[in-house]
Design a protein around this ligand. Structure first.
Ligand SMILES: [Zn+2]
Length: 65
């Protein structure tokens, strides 16, 4: 994955389990060695993925009406 700002390949700093967060279960830290931007990637939990699936289902059933 490249830096949003300068396009340099980001360096992965590690994955961490989130605490007290029902929607995202893992956060990955990446940083840019060129412009020193910091990027956190929040990985959705099973619960949030299910919610999005439900949402998509509802959206597509609305479209077919
Ligand atoms: Zn950068």
């Amino acid at each position: 994955m490249n830096c949003w700002h300068c396009g340099t390949e980001l360096i992965w700093g590690g994955d961490h389990d989130t605490e007290d967060n029902e929607e995202y279960d893992i956060v990955s830290n990446l940083s840019c060695p060129n412009c020193h931007c910091h990027v956190d990637v929040w990985h959705p939990s099973e619960k949030l993925i299910e919610e999005y699936k439900e949402y998509d289902k509802n959206q597509s059933s609305l479209e077919s009406l």
